[in-house]
Design a binder for this molecule. Structure first.
Ligand code: ASP
Length: 453
C-alpha cells in the first residue's frame, strides 16, 4: 500500500491536477491513499481574509474570498468536462465556499480571530481541493473513495499546531481505513487537518501535509510514502551555483536531518519521522517529472564506505574564537557567553571546546553585533567572517574514510579552510572558508560527489 502526498503546487490548477490524475492512474494497481494539500496559495489567502476581516475590513476580506471562489469554480470548469461530475463537484464545493464566507463574516462581526476559528476556516482549503479532485477521479474513470481525515487523525486541542494522539489515530485508522482497502479504489483525503477529541477541527501547523502523510502511512503500515513536490528529490547541492548538481537516489534519515539543520531546503525531517519509526521508506518525487526516480529516504541505506552526498553553503557566518587565560576562566565565563549568543539570536552551527579554547561557528544575524563589544571577558576574542560549507553524507569519518579525506585534502590545499570540524558525527563535516574562496571551494568539493556517481 502506498500513501502519496501532493503539495500545493501539484494541485495548483487544472493542468497540475490532470498530471496528478495520471500519476494516480499509473499507481492504481496498488491500494492507494492520496493526500492532498490545498491549491497553491489558498491557505495564505484564507488566513489573510480571516485576519483582515477580524481587523475590520470586511470588504477587502470578501474580495479575497471572491478570488478563492473564482479559483475553485474555474478549476471545476477546466478540469471536469462532463456535466454529471461537474454537478457532483459543485454541490460540496458550494457548501464549503458558503461555510468559508460565513467564517469570514463572523470574524468581522466578532472583531477577533481565535486559533480555533482560524483552523475551522483554513481547513476549507484542503476540503475544497480534495472534493474537486475526487469528482475529477470519477470523471476520468478512476473509481475512488472520499475520506474526511478529521475522522482519523486525532489531536489535542492546541489549535494552529496540534499534537497527534497516535494511539487514538491508530485505532481510528484500523476501524475506518482498513475496511476501505477491500474496494481497491484510491482513497482521496486531506493533509494538514485533523480533529480533537471533541470533534473540533484542528491543524498540524503550516506545511503540515507531509506530516499527515507520514502519520497515515504509520497508522496503516504502508509499504511506501511518496511525497510529490516540484523538485526532483534531494540534490547534491544548490543547482543555482552548481550547474551539475544531481538528484541523490538514496539518503539516510540522519543525513537528511543534518542537511536540514545546516539550512538545506529539503523537506523537514521531523515531518516524516513517524514513517521512519515504522521503517517505511519515504520517496521524494517530482509531479512535473513523473519518470524521475527522485530520492528515497531510509533509516539505513546499507552504505559500506565513506560517501559524500550533499553540500550546504552558508555564506555569512562567523567563527568566534575565545582564548581564556586558563581553563578555570573558561568555565566561569561559559554561561555568560552562552547567554550572549542567545541574545544575538545566532544560530550555532557548531561549538567545541578544549582546555582554554572555545570556538563557535554561528550565522551572522542582521542586528546588534555590538553586544560582543566592550564585554569584560577574561578572554582574547577573535571574530573571523567566514562562509561555511557543510559536507553531508554517510560514514564520513572514522574507518574507511581515508580515500575521501585524501580527495578533500586536494581541495583544502587549493583553498585552505579557516577551520575543519569533524568526528562528532559520521554524517557531517563542517568546514569554514574565507568568503572569497567559498564558491570555488564548493565547486571543487562538489566534483568529488559528481565523480563518485
Ligand atoms: N495547506 C497547508 C499550508 O499551506 C498545508 C500544506 O500545504 O502542507 O501550510
Amino acid at each position: 500500500m502506498i500513501v502519496m502526498k501532493f503539495g500545493g503546487t501539484s494541485v495548483a490548477d487544472a493542468t497540475a491536477m490532470k498530471t496528478v490524475l495520471s500519476i494516480v492512474r499509473k499507481y492504481s494497481a496498488e491500494p492507494l491513499i492520496v493526500v492532498l494539500s490545498a491549491c497553491s496559495g489558498i491557505t495564505n489567502k484564507i488566513l489573510k481574509a480571516m485576519e483582515i476581516s477580524a481587523a475590520g475590513d470586511k470588504n477587502k476580506a470578501l474580495d479575497i474570498y471572491r478570488e478563492i471562489e473564482i479559483h475553485h469554480l474555474n478549476l471545476i470548469n477546466e478540469l471536469i468536462d462532463k456535466k454529471k461530475y461537474k454537478e457532483e463537484a459543485l454541490k460540496p464545493v458550494k457548501k464549503l465556499l458558503d461555510d468559508l464566507k460565513n467564517f469570514i463574516e463572523a470574524a468581522n462581526l466578532l472583531g477577533e480571530l481565535t486559533d480555533r476559528t482560524s483552523d475551522s476556516a483554513v481547513a476549507n482549503g484542503e476540503l475544497l481541493s480534495t472534493n474537486i479532485f475526487e469528482a475529477a477521479c470519477r470523471c476520468y474513470g478512476i473509481e475512488s473513495v472520499f475520506l474526511d481525515i478529521r475522522n482519523i487523525i486525532c489531536t489535542d486541542s492546541a489549535f494552529g499546531s496540534a499534537s497527534v494522539d497516535f494511539d487514538e489515530t491508530s485505532i481510528a485508522a484500523k476501524e475506518t481505513i482498513s475496511p476501505l482497502f477491500g474496494n481497491n479504489k484510491p482513497i482521496i483525503t486531506q493533509g494538514f487537518i485533523a480533529s480533537d477529541s471533541f470533534g473540533r477541527t484542528t491543524t498540524l501547523g503550516r506545511g503540515g501535509s507531509d506530516y499527515s502523510a507520514a502519520i497515515i502511512g504509520w497508522a496503516v503500515d504502508a509499504g511506501e510514502i511518496q511525497i510529490w513536490t516540484d523538485v526532483n528529490g534531494v540534490m547534491s547541492g544548490d543547482p543555482r551555483i552548481l550547474k551539475n548538481a544531481c538528484t541523490l537516489p538514496e539518503m539516510s534519515f540522519t543525513a537528511i536531518r543534518w542537511a536540514s539543520y545546516f539550512g538545506a531546503k529539503v523537506l523537514h525531517p521531523d515531518t516524516i519521522k513517524p514513517a521512519l519509526d515504522n521503517n517505511i521508506p519515504v520517496r521524494v518525487l517530482n509531479t512535473f517529472e513523473m519518470e524521475n526516480p527522485g530520492t528515497t529516504i531510509l533509516n539505513n541505506t546499507g552504505m559500506k564506505r565513506a560517501t559524500l552526498q550533499s553540500l550546504v553553503l552558508q555564506k555569512k557566518c562567523m567563527l568566534r574564537k575565545f582564548t581564556f587565560p586558563d581553563n578555570i576562566g573558561s568555565k566561569k565565563t561559559e554561561s555568560r557567553f552562552q547567554s550572549l549568543i542567545d541574545a544575538l539570536e545566532s544560530k550555532v552551527y557548531y561549538q567545541c571546546r578544549a582546555e582554554n579554547l572555545e570556538i563557535y561557528l554561528t550565522d551572522v544575524p542582521n542586528h546588534d553585533e555590538e553586544l560582543f563589544l566592550g564585554i569584560d571577558f577574561e578572554a582574547a576574542v577573535e571574530n573571523i567572517p567566514v562562509s561555511a560549507i557543510f559536507l553531508i553524507g554517510e560514514m564520513l569519518t572514522g574507518m574507511g574514510s581515508g580515500e575521501l579525506f585524501s580527495k578533500l585534502g586536494t581541495v583544502f590545499e587549493k583553498y585552505p579552510p579557516e577551520a575543519i570540524f569533524s568526528g562528532m558525527s559520521n554524517e557531517f563535516i563542517v568546514t569554514a572558508f574565507r568568503p572569497d574562496d567559498a564558491e570555488s571551494a564548493l565547486k571543487a568539493l562538489h566534483e568529488i560527489i559528481v565523480s563518485s556517481f
